[in-house]
Design a protein around this ligand. Sequence first.
Ligand SMILES: [Zn+2]
Length: 291
Amino acid sequence: MMRPITIFLIMLLPVMGFSQRDWSQVSVKTTEIAPGLYRLFVGDGVAVVASVGENGLLVIDAAYAQTTPQLMEAIKKLSEAPIHYLVNTHLHGDHTGGNVELGRNADIIAHSSVKEYLSSEHIQGDRTIPPLPDHAVPNITFSDRMTLDFNGQTLEMTHLPEGHTGGDIIVWFPESRVLVMGDLLFAGYFPFVDVSNGGHPQGFMDNVAWILENFPQETTLIGGHGPVFNMQQLKEYHQTLAKTMEMVKNAKEKGMSQEEMKAERILKSWENYGTFFITEDRWIETIYPFL
Ligand SMILES: [Zn+2]
């Protein structure tokens, strides 16, 4: 029998909140976060960030392959310039699927493990996912840190290991005090932790705690999913997740099974956190084996 985590990943990875969605109905909402820095929210699901200025366009994350037409249209409204750099915060298809189009003439930057993943074939349930074409695979990779100057802004990219995946990077714009967290922030929701690709629930928590300690209080935080957060909200988010982990740990120590925890809804107080992608039950399944 397959382990529950494996089954759960197979069922959910390909859909990520967009199941049964008519892709043509997905729209993109653009918001200016700082001068020349925009957040493009694709549907009610995935955040993309664009830097627009004298050097042209730099885009962070590419959303789904299926939402490429709408995303390209929204980017073109900001600038007709070609995309010079595309950054992938991590390997998931809702952040890299659009690489095929957005990365056509761009240098693509990511953690080295993202290049490995996207250039090889994957099995997802009964589907075989082919590698992305060469031009859509990151061609500039790093393992620890990388700095780039573009549009009068510094981008400080840092790898935070064993969080949402094994290859998550965060992107800091010090001049604008904007931090792009990728999927280390499911703002207001239980996070997806992709254990099969190097993620770890405690590592996820440690990485968020590290961000709380190492960035200024007035930082604007853009997560891969959910609304824009400030540092106070991130702190409360971390405290909430820690509390839920403590509850599951205590229940486990008392001998409760996952099924009993779900039946009793021991995380019911945080039911709003379960309304996006990872439900209360799935959060219990995610953290239970590690507590
Ligand atoms: Zn992800």
